[in-house]
Design a protein around this ligand. Structure first.
Ligand SMILES: [Fe+2]
Ligand SMILES: [Fe+2]
Length: 166
């Protein structure tokens, strides 16, 4: 059951804090997967974790693409950096789609999760070290953007949650 937990706009975190928190969360999940790879007989845990990783990343990339990236693109005009970010998202989505059609134990399942983790690690580094500092310097209202992103995130999460039931 979805509980409404919308914070008032004034106390909402800014766009960069939201995205950075997501990054930490997903990086921790990839670490957890590495630990699962060392043990045996944990296919259920692996598949639950991978489902969670894919859901988290899908929502995260979508709020970036719909709200954050267009704002940064407009304010900074660093077209190359934004293009690169979007192409990296495309690569991640391709691996996510493959993983969602697979089960632990399938050929190259673990390898695909590992490569997705490495790609995300690289992508997160570029966002945090290049894109976010540029966004901070530019005249972007990161609070308003943050509020929009949280709203959209809740919407997307509840639609994913609803479709995952059963
Ligand atoms: Fe990100
Ligand atoms: Fe991203």
């Amino acid at each position: 059951m979805a509980k409404a937990k919308t914070k008032p706009a004034s106390s909402a975190p800014d766009a960069i804090s939201i995205l950075t928190e997501d990054h930490k969360k997903v990086q921790k999940m990839f670490k957890d997967f590495e630990n699962l790879m060392k043990a045996e007989d944990n296919e259920d845990e692996k598949s639950a974790l991978v489902e969670q990783i894919c859901g988290e990343l899908t929502v995260h990339m979508q709020i970036e693409e719909e709200i954050f990236y267009p704002a940064v693109r407009e304010a900074t005009e660093d077209k190359d950096l934004m293009d690169e970010g979007e192409v990296e998202h495309e690569g991640a989505k391709e691996l996510i789609a493959q993983l969602q059609a697979m089960e632990p134990g399938d050929d190259k399942y673990d390898a695909k999760v590992s490569v997705l983790g490495e790609n995300i690690e690289h992508h997160v580094k570029e966002e945090q070290e290049e894109m976010f500092p540029q966004a901070k310097k530019a005249k972007i209202d990161l609070k308003t953007l943050g509020t929009q992103m949280l709203e959209r995130k809740q919407e997307l999460q509840s639609s994913i949650g609803a479709s995952a039931v059963g």
